[in-house]
Design a protein around this ligand. Structure first.
Ligand SMILES: Nc1ncnc2c1ncn2[C@@H]1O[C@H](COP(=O)(O)OP(=O)(O)OP(=O)(O)O)[C@@H](O)[C@H]1O
Ligand SMILES: [Mg+2]
Length: 145
């Protein structure tokens, strides 16, 4: 990735939203819509992919437990916006795309189809980053403000 010209990391701490989901899934897509307003990226795609990834963090990792949290990062160049969601995955589970005809497991398939690129990584402390990139298609002069 070329040198980032805009980088922002935001932490989403626990909020008592629902008994099983301590992290409010919609907070991250809402933040991204605001942060990327005018960036020339397809914000509907960004919203959908971010919602799937945060839902995974809440459903499949310790981020969804009391005290859990996720972090969202935006890294943009002139050509691309990269969104990273960092969660508290444990080593026993990894993001993967179940093969057809398995009936569940469509979230990351959606990410694979909509993103220019996506992948995940895990650091030695057990934090997992799931990221995707989308192109900036124009009308983006003056962003970030
Ligand atoms: N952040 C994550 N950390 C660890 N494992 C993950 C993570 N995200 C996804 N996974 C694993 O990858 C699988 C596939 O994820 P995917 O979102 O495609 O399907 P799903 O969450 O099981 O179902 P849905 O179709 O409702 O999204 C999950 O079932 C889970 O086992
Ligand atoms: Mg999912």
């Amino acid at each position: 990735m070329p040198t980032g010209r805009f980088v922002e990391v935001v932490r989403f701490p626990v909020e008592n939203v629902s008994p099983e989901a301590q992290v409010n899934v919609r907070e991250v897509p809402a933040y991204l819509r605001e942060a990327l307003d005018g960036a020339g990226a397809d914000l509907d795609d960004v919203d959908l992919m971010a919602a799937e990834i945060v839902t995974n963090a809440v459903r499949h990792t310790a981020s969804g437990r009391p005290g859990g949290q996720v972090w969202a990062a935006v890294i943009a160049t002139d050509e691309q916006v990269r969104v990273e969601v960092i969660d508290q995955s444990e080593a026993r589970s990894e993001p993967w795309i179940p093969p057809y005809p398995v009936l569940s497991g469509r979230g990351l398939l959606i990410v694979q189809e909509l993103a220019a690129r996506w992948d995940w990584s895990r650091d030695r402390n057990g934090y997992t980053t799931v990221w995707f990139q989308v192109p900036r298609t124009g009308g983006a002069a003056g962003w970030p403000r």
